[in-house]
Design a protein around this ligand. Structure first.
Ligand SMILES: [Zn+2]
Length: 264
């Protein structure tokens, strides 16, 4: 590592920098989470209109104690099912695109910023590395596969609840209440995925650039109120290739702190 300029930077400088960069990543994840929440709200509103239309049709036809079979004969029910599928598909496509963009940005920005800090630059190979890091997965499942898996469960949950609650004779308000719950379960999954994947990409990109800069060790910088899973690593120093994989768990906010040779 080049001396002089780097040498002047003390432990506080590196720690503040690591915290600032980690927080920057978190702010980006938060922004996507907020956008996603708005998309969920808009989608739910669309569904509400279709539910009202379906209840109106049931009332219109004077059907009492409707059965599942009778439901399938109603145009509005068939339309509602199609609408649920479309809305969930739309939410998932949007999340897949936006999260993919975010992860790539985080990866490139982190490697670029560290390349500047450590004077290692940013070349075509670094760009390739950034792409690879953004595409990898955390728990054996790619983020896009997880999005579509979640979408499938979400669809099943919503369809089951609609059919069940209507057949049970529940009011539109009761059904809407349940659907708001279903939507919020799904949004929470999306939110967790956004934050966890952002942490994964940020930390793996940072680690890669520390390796490229010639760092041989990192300190484990735990979030202030870290959980039992992260506690054993807190403030410990690791050879860079033996550092625990961050995120340690979903929503983990811990990060790596590069150990700079010239630091005393
Ligand atoms: Zn943690």
């Amino acid at each position: 590592m080049a001396k002089t300029e780097q040498e002047k930077k003390n432990a506080k400088y590196w720690k503040d920098r690591a915290i600032r960069m980690e927080e920057g990543k978190e702010a980006q994840a938060e922004a996507l989470s907020k956008r996603t929440q708005r998309m969920y709200k808009r989608s739910y509103k669309r569904l509400e209109q279709d539910i009202n239309a379906l209840y109106a049709e049931i009332l219109d036809k004077g059907i009492e104690n409707i059965s599942a079979t009778q439901l399938y004969d109603l145009n509005r029910y068939v339309e509602l099912r199609a609408q649920v599928g479309e809305l969930i598909k739309g939410l998932s496509i949007e999340l897949e695109i936006q999260l993919g963009d975010l992860l790539l940005n985080i990866s490139i920005d982190t490697i670029k910023e560290n390349g500047l800090e450590f004077s290692t630059g940013f070349n075509m190979f670094n760009e390739y590395q950034a792409n690879e890091i953004a595409k990898q997965n955390w728990s054996g499942v790619k983020f896009s596969d997880r999005i579509w898996g979640n979408a499938n469960d979400f669809n099943t949950r919503v369809m089951t609840d609609i059919e069940k609650l209507i057949v049970e004779g529940k009011t539109p308000e009761q059904l809407k209440k349940q659907l708001i719950k279903d939507f919020s379960v799904s949004f929470n999954e999306a939110d967790r995925l956004i934050r966890t994947e952002s942490s994964r990409v940020y930390n793996q990109a940072a680690l890669q650039s520390y390796i490229d800069a010639g760092c041989t060790e990192v300190d484990y910088l735990a979030e202030s109120d870290c959980c039992d899973l992260c506690e054993p690593y807190k403030d410990r120093r690791f050879p860079i290739y033996e550092a625990p994989f961050i995120p340690v768990h979903p929503n983990c906010r811990c990060t790596y702190l590069p150990v700079i040779e010239t630091m005393s």
